[in-house]
Design a protein around this ligand. Structure first.
Ligand code: ADP
Length: 608
């Protein structure tokens, strides 16, 4: 046994208080006993309250030893904690000044052997009135201890873990001994009375409860610490997210600002319209051009911005864009200042890909971009050019016709026979005049169709009749070139301008003859898979792939010498396309070099 004190000091005279607890119960009158009982209850209630008020075990133990020491008028009261290895140490002590303190001393295992521990674990209470009495059965080691500290009588109550309310997994097993609540009497032997035993036992139970509370408190603190750490982590990740979002917002604002700067600087009118036909964005040029403040356009409906008349013309194109197709069209617009402007409008659908949506509705049109260009100036120039061509062509046509007639008369020889050289020159002049007449006529035709000066006189026609007319017109040319013309008959009703459709067919047949070698065949067919489909097929030289589109443009020929060699103008297919488009049809060519070509065009079927 280790000890810091060797001899217990002598009690000072008069230092001991006389209390009711000291008077043996059988000698005390009933009133004193009652008083003592009341005092015990009060004391117990007071100590319990203090325990409940405090969560600090150290403070609770301190309160208990102090109070017990005073109530029992014991010389020393201590709480001895039994450590897992069997050793132990007093962790709280109230001792009269004349006796040595043993707080913090370390006691070896032998002071509190295992068999003692087991007995105490079962709740055994030991009240030793006189430690020197051999019947008291004080262990050898304890005898030495009690002598060293001058202990004469002692009362020992076990403090168990058994009262732990919710024992955690790591806790000691039930009924394990945690420690001992011990009262010492050092100045004399002392007979401990029931009241004292009960008080000590009840307080030991309170310590057990306090221990359980302490454990719970510890667990609670652990949980709180864990939760706090978790919340801190969540908090810091939220903070990070907020910071990231702020950065994104700043970047977005900057890029929006840049976009606005760019779009405002562009000479094109740019706008974004949502699927409710509401303006969500437009550049400054758009507002300036419309003569409306920027703020009045944003959020407004297209109908409001453009006015009823104009909107009606736009509506089919808006519907097409909202159906997901790119649209380009021209429109005439009356601005707020009353001026009329021509515009070319482009609608580009904005298709949203909603990956979360089921497949058929994954792609949805959430609006469209509207690019509008003012083409009034270009239109004015085009009009001037058309007028110029028209006037010049008219002015050319009259002298050309008389020139052509004069040459024809000369060629008959009625006015005298020319020498061979002269006849040759006359023939060249005649050929070229004819070409010039054709060119002027084609230019005039095209100009009239394009300028809208001609309206198609549509009526119900039979496909076979149109084909017969075209073949009849081209028969002579075919014979001249040694080409066989094959015509298919099929009675289909069409709503077309017969003259123009025959013109288109003759143009195509004429080309097919021109570009086929003698002895070949040209087929003219009609069918109605959906719309009416006319086809002119030849076995001619064919057209290279890179020219299949361009030959429909003005003055475009596969070989620039074609105009001279074949007598073409490069306007025939352009006129054909214009005619077919005026009938809401389409024209195209499929060809293979050295094999032949198929020119096809569609026209809507007439349904009565
Ligand atoms: P052109 O008066 O020169 O025939 P077109 O506009 O009718 O003018 O035709 C343009 C060009 O397309 C022709 O010059 C020719 O190069 C090519 N082309 C048209 N039809 C055929 C065809 N059936 N076979 C081969 N080339 C053709």
């Amino acid at each position: 046994m280790t000890s810091k004190h060797s001899k217990p000091p002598k009690r000072k005279s008069g230092s001991r208080r006389q209390t009711t607890a000291e008077i043996p119960a059988m000698l005390t009158p009933p009133t004193v006993q009652l008083q003592r009982e009341r005092h015990r209850v009060e004391l117990f209630a007071e100590i319990t309250l203090k325990i409940r008020q405090s969560l600090q075990l150290k403070e609770i133990l301190r309160t208990i030893v102090t109070e017990v020491q005073q109530v029992l008028q014991a010389d020393r009261v201590l709480i001895y904690q039994v450590l897992p290895d069997g050793t132990g140490t007093p962790i709280s002590e109230a001792v009269l000044p004349e006796y040595p303190a043993i707080l913090g001393m370390e006691f070896p295992e032998e002071v509190f052997p295992l068999d003692y521990q087991q007995l105490y674990a079962k709740g055994r209470v030991r009240a030793i009135s006189d430690v020197s009495d051999p019947t008291a059965e004080v262990a050898d080691c304890l005898v030495e201890f009690v002598e060293q500290f001058g202990v004469k009588a002692k009362l020992i109550v076990p403090i168990l873990h058994s009262l732990s309310v919710h024992p955690p997994r790591s806790n000691p097993p039930k009924n394990a001994i945690w420690g001992l609540l011990i009262a010492h009497q050092c100045d004399r032997p002392r007979k401990w009375v029931d009241f004292e035993l009960e008080l000590m036992q009840q307080l030991a139970d309170q310590i057990s409860i306090a221990l359980a509370q302490g454990e719970l408190w510890g667990q609670l603190e652990e949980v709180v610490a864990e939760r706090t750490a978790e919340l801190q982590a969540v908090n810091s990740s939220l903070q990070q997210e907020i910071n990231d979002r702020k950065q994104v917002e700043i970047a977005l604002r900057q890029s929006e600002e840049q976009l606005r700067l760019i779009t405002n600087a562009l000479p094109v009118l740019i706008a974004y319209v949502d699927d409710q036909e509401c303006y969500q964005f437009n550049n400054q040029a758009y507002a300036n051009w419309l003569g409306q403040p920027l703020s009045s356009i944003h959020g407004s409906q297209m109908r409001q911005v453009w006015g009823e008349d104009c909107y009606r013309r736009m509506q089919p194109h808006i519907n097409t864009a909202l159906a997901g197709k790119v649209v380009t069209y021209e429109n005439e617009i009356i601005l707020q200042d009353g001026s009329t402007r021509s515009v070319s409008i482009n609608y580009i659908p904005h298709i949203d890909n909603d990956d979360a949506a089921p497949q058929p509705i994954r792609e949805r049109v959430s609006g469209f971009f509207a690019l509008t260009s003012d083409i009034s100036d270009r239109k004015a120039i085009e009009r001037m050019k058309d007028e110029f061509i028209s006037v010049v062509s008219h002015e050319l046509r009259t002298p050309l016709t008389s020139l052509h007639s004069a040459l024809k008369i000369l060629a008959t020889g009625r006015l005298g026979t020319l020498p061979k050289d002269g006849q040759q020159l006359l023939s060249i002049a005649d050929d070229n005049t004819e070409r010039l007449v054709r060119l002027v006529n084609s230019v005039l035709d095209l100009q009239r169709i394009e300028s809208g000066a001609v309206t198609m006189e549509k009526q119900v026609c039979n496909a076979t009749d149109l084909m017969i007319q075209a073949v009849d017109a081209m028969q002579a040319m075919a014979q001249q070139h040694g080409i066989t013309l094959v015509n298919q008959h099929l009675d289909l009703k069409l709503w077309v301008d017969a003259d123009y459709i025959v013109q288109a067919l003759t143009n195509l047949i004429s080309n097919a003859i021109k570009f086929s070698a003698p002895g070949k065949t040209v087929w003219l067919t009609v069918s109605a898979p959906l719309d009416v489909l006319f086809q002119v097929r030849d076995e001619g030289q064919g057209i290279p792939d890179n020219k299949l589109e361009s030959i429909f443009e003005r003055f475009q020929q596969v070989d620039s010498s074609d105009s001279r060699k074949k007598g073409g103008t490069g306007l025939g297919l352009t006129i054909c396309r214009k005619i077919i488009e005026q009938h809401e049809g389409k024209i195209w060519v499929d060809s293979s070099l050295g094999v032949g070509s198929i020119f096809s065009f569609t026209l809507p079927l007439y349904e009565s």
